[in-house]
Design a protein around this ligand. Structure first.
Ligand SMILES: [Zn+2]
Length: 496
């Protein structure tokens, strides 16, 4: 089936920002054309059949539009058994020209149009930090519910962390995750493998085997790698394999048994605190190790000003470091804990207003490259308890784009910058090609930029309901998520 996505603004930062129609065939982007252009593209003067051959080239996958955005015929589909074309795609003879002035391809000319007027089409969003809980804790989330939540959140790909049970520290578990996701279809899954076996911080896992099975990075997320020598060795091996090392930066001796940010709110509430330094000291250590080893280092879930500063300095020195933050760190502060709301309990914890503003500054000046969710579903059992006993973590897949768009609505980021951070940068880091160009899979996120909606956890596709954003009114929401040309999510009503 051939699809024509019609009437939308197409934004692929750095290459396209214009009203274009996207033609999709067999799951792939076939052409990006002007809205007024017919498709198939070759208009002929029926009195001059020879004109059909004009401008044809034989190379496949040649660029199919000029600077002006007009489609050429180079990329015109060649189907098996279509006698119109020789092996190399050249038009053979004139008798196939139809009276309407199109080449004879009425079969292919059946195009299903999807009207996207008022929408914005962007390269598929990628969430490089999620916890899908399978295998081992399927009562919290499964790969199936997690991927459905991801699609609903506009994500065409997600990267599950290895702290499952058993841990994803070997190729068998990696393969299980990959195969489970493939059997489900929809949002793609790229697993992240463990740095150390069993996340114990001692012996390195088998990165080469896991990479062959599909991992795109390594981390012990949920736990830091406490031993710097182990982290150094991990970076050396990862460098050889060309995969990034993701740091969960936390000094456990400083974090102690704290449950929220250390500061005046914690003091007021009588809750034990976790200082910024529990994060920033390990960020600094890992930047030093990346400098030593030349590895690609990625800092997960940056929450505080000191970490942003350390990463900014590291980048200035030319260290190969990237970093992510999550929507909660730029949206709310430790004040959200004030009513002992366990849905505001996460690790690292929500920080102060000064930290929140520093995170936004870091996003704005490029210090923080990526927005990820750290989607961490828990059951009610683990959250509906006293604050200090509650589990750390919140769900994020279905609120991430809406919350992040508020940075655009309030002028903190441009729309292009946001799409860089939610799509292009994670794609580049993980070697995923999601550019909107002919020949690439049609992995696309379609945003309704002006829709107003309210966060209602009861409607989440995720099994998790643990969000501090219930009742938030947001502008801008996901309209459709398309993976390999197939609709993985479609908002069917006028909004939520
Ligand atoms: Zn973490």
């Amino acid at each position: 089936m051939r699809l024509r996505l019609k009437g939308a603004r197409v934004v692929d930062p750095g290459s396209i920002d214009d009203y274009k129609d996207i033609i999709i065939f067999d799951g792939m982007i076939e052409a990006v054309i002007d809205p007024s252009s017919p498709y198939p593209p070759v208009m002929l003067d029926s009195s001059d059949p020879s004109s059909v051959t004009k401008g044809l080239k034989s190379e496949e996958n040649d660029t199919n539009y000029s600077e002006a955005g007009k489609i050429g015929v180079d990329n015109f589909p060649v189907e098996e058994g279509d006698t119109n074309y020789s092996e190399k795609g050249k038009v053979e003879a004139s008798p196939t020209v139809s009276g309407e002035g199109y080449t004879n391809c009425s079969k292919e000319a059946d195009i299903t149009e999807i009207d996207l007027a008022g929408m914005v089409v962007v390269p598929g969003l990628i969430d490089m930090h999620v916890h899908l809980r399978e295998p081992g804790q399927e009562y919290k989330e499964t790969i199936e519910t997690g991927l459905k939540a991801a699609a609903r959140g506009g994500f065409t790909a997600v990267c599950p962390m290895p702290n499952t049970n058993p841990v994803n520290d070997n190729a068998q578990i990696t393969a299980f995750m990959v195969n489970r996701a493939k059997s489900l279809g929809g949002t793609r899954l790229y697993p992240v493998g463990a740095i150390t076996r069993g996340l114990k911080g001692e012996n390195l896992a088998e990165y080469g085997d896991m990479k062959q099975a599909g991992i795109v990075a390594i981390t012990d997320d949920g736990r830091p790698v406490e031993n710097a020598r182990v982290m150094r060795r991990a970076m050396e091996y990862a460098r050889g394999l060309g995969i990034p090392v993701i740091s969960h930066a936390e000094d456990l001796s400083l974090a102690g048994d704290g449950s929220m940010n250390e500061g005046i709110v914690a003091t007021r509430l009588g809750i034990k605190g976790i200082p910024n330094a529990a994060e920033s000291t390990v960020v600094m250590r890992d930047i030093a190790l990346a400098e030593l080893t030349g590895a690609r280092l990625h800092i997960a879930h940056v929450s505080c000003e000191e970490s942003v500063d350390a990463i900014r300095q590291g980048k200035k020195r030319g260290v190969n470091v990237t970093a992510e933050t999550a929507p909660h760190y730029f949206t709310i502060t430790d004040e959200a804990v004030a009513e002992y709301d366990t849905n505001a309990k996460m690790n690292p914890p929500l920080r102060t207003e000064q930290d929140r503003l520093a995170v936004i500054e870091g996003l704005s000046d490029g210090t923080l490259d990526i927005i990820a969710t750290d989607h961490a579903p828990h059951s009610l059992l683990e959250k509906d308890v006293e604050f200090d006993r509650a589990a750390f973590g919140i769900v994020g897949l279905e609120t991430a784009l809406g919350l992040s768009l508020q940075l655009v609505n309030n002028g903190s980021l441009t729309f292009d910058e946001l799409i860089e951070k939610m799509s292009k940068k994670p794609a580049a880091l993980l070697n995923i090609n999601n550019d909107i160009v002919p020949g690439n899979p049609a992995d696309l996120t379609i945003i309704d930029p002006d829709a107003f909606w309210s966060v209602n956890p009861e409607t989440f596709f995720s099994k998790g309901r643990n969000t501090p954003f219930a009742g938030y009114h947001l502008r801008g929401e996901v309209y459709m998520t398309m993976v390999q040309g197939t609709i993985a999510y479609h908002r069917t009503d006028g909004g939520q």
